[in-house]
Design a binder for this molecule. Structure first.
Ligand code: NAD
Ligand code: GLY
Length: 359
């Protein structure tokens, strides 16, 4: 088992990574504090993993809320349902909320933990690749609003992240590939050696080989912990780099009403577009653009927009959270393993990129 640390002063916390971690009672008990515990999970994950987790939990009052699975249930109404359970059972400020599931459960349970009595302890037990490499670490919590994704949220760091990589064995292949898009993102933005490793080991990852998955979970968590440690609230620019591919990807997702692609699939197409625009600007080399394209294609992920025209994508990009002073800032690449945030680029380069990759 590996233990990493997110260094945030008094809010520092460990990330435990290991196959079979849920059955490791001593490790689980050490990291689940509080007198009372509320487990939040979903209808797919709970039958698979709640029994093993429950057997490892400390002796304490434990209640469970099992939500229907899926992004459409990451709502304020479901958060209120979970809050009602905490209130009606008189959970105190020493209670712990534990999220067992993917990013949907993690974001919603995290938001509840941030709000209840102005903040109670949160333990993240991520069970998708996306959640293990990204969403469970870093303290961003949120629910969706009909007006937009993740519009209602808070920063609330967990007290521990327990990532049992054995849970990835039951993940549908499409979900695994979507998680890989986020791993490719880390490699592109700050770790050229990881990119080379992915080129060499992609087939092992697609076959869900445990050692290969454990390697990318560990490395991704190391990178995310480092970035969050430097810029917890996305105020200094470091954390904004984690949005590489996301401005393009979000625009495609929202232009298609979030129905066509999983988030990671949209991010994959967005990574290709960010690399292509960086090429347009004379930054990454033609060979590097081919490598990005090839890796994403080999991962079975999309490399271009979802049939939405360039004008529609551009319109959705303009309402992105990274618009500052009317200027849309983009995360671009100097080369593989080196990303930067900038509002200083030619509009024609953006338009040419969208014309090639969208529609
Ligand atoms: P998800 O939670 O919907 O999980 C995907 C599907 O896999 C669901 O059907 C789930 O029931 C199922 N599942 C989960 N674990 C499983 C397992 N081990 N075996 C079989 N099935 C399993 O989706 P996700 O991709 O994990 O997360 C997406 C969410 O994460 C989005 O809402 C996104 O906004 C959020 N997100 C948050 C952050 C952050 O920093 N907080 C970062 C990235 C994404
Ligand atoms: N997933 C982006 C972030 O955590 O900042």
């Amino acid at each position: 088992m590996d233990t990493l640390k997110v260094e945030l002063g008094t809010r520092s916390y460990p990330i435990l990574i290991g196959a079979g971690l849920l059955a490791h009672a001593e490790a689980v008990r050490r990291h689940v504090p509080g007198r009372d515990l509320l487990v939040v999970s979903d209808t797919t994950v709970a039958p698979l993993y709640l029994p093993a987790l429950a057997a490892s939990l400390p002796e304490q009052r434990r209640l469970e809320v099992i939500l229907p699975e899926g992004e459409m249930h990451k709502t304020l109404e479901n958060a209120a349902r979970v809050l009602d359970v905490l209130v009606s059972n008189r959970f105190g400020r020493d209670a712990t909320v534990l999220a067992l599931g993917g990013g949907v459960v993690g974001d919603l349970a995290g938001f509840v933990a941030a709000c209840y009595q102005r903040g109670v302890a949160l333990v993240q037990v991520p069970t998708t690749l996306l959640a293990q490499v990204d969403s469970a670490v870093g303290g961003k919590t949120a629910v969706n609003h009909p007006g937009g994704k993740n519009l209602i949220g808070a920063f609330h760091q967990p007290v521990a992240v327990l990532a049992d990589t054995a849970t990835l064995a039951t993940l549908p292949p499409r979900e695994l590939r979507a998680g890989l898009a986020e791993v490719i993102k880390y490699a592109l933005l700050c770790d050229a050696a990881l990119f080379e490793w992915l080129e060499a080991h992609l087939e092992e990852l697609l076959a869900a080989k445990p050692e290969a998955l454990a390697h990318v979970v560990r490395r991704s968590c190391e990178l995310k912990a480092m970035i969050v440690g430097r810029d917890e609230r996305e105020e200094r620019g470091d954390r904004a780099l984690l949005n590489l591919g996301h401005t393009f990807g979000h625009a495609v997702e929202s232009a298609t009403g979030y129905r066509k692609w999983l988030h990671g699939e949209a991010v994959a197409a967005g990574l290709v577009m960010a690399a292509a625009m960086s090429r347009e600007l004379g930054l990454v080399s033609p060979e590097e653009l081919v490598r990005v394209h090839t890796l994403i294609e080999r991962a079975g992920l999309p490399t271009r927009g979802a049939g939405v025209g360039p004008d529609a994508v551009l319109e959705h990009m303009r309402i992105d959270k990274k618009v500052l002073g009317g200027r849309l800032r983009l995360v671009l690449l100097r080369r593989i393993g080196n990303a930067f945030l900038t509002g200083d680029y030619s509009g024609e380069a953006l338009e040419r990129t969208l014309a090639v990759y969208c529609g």
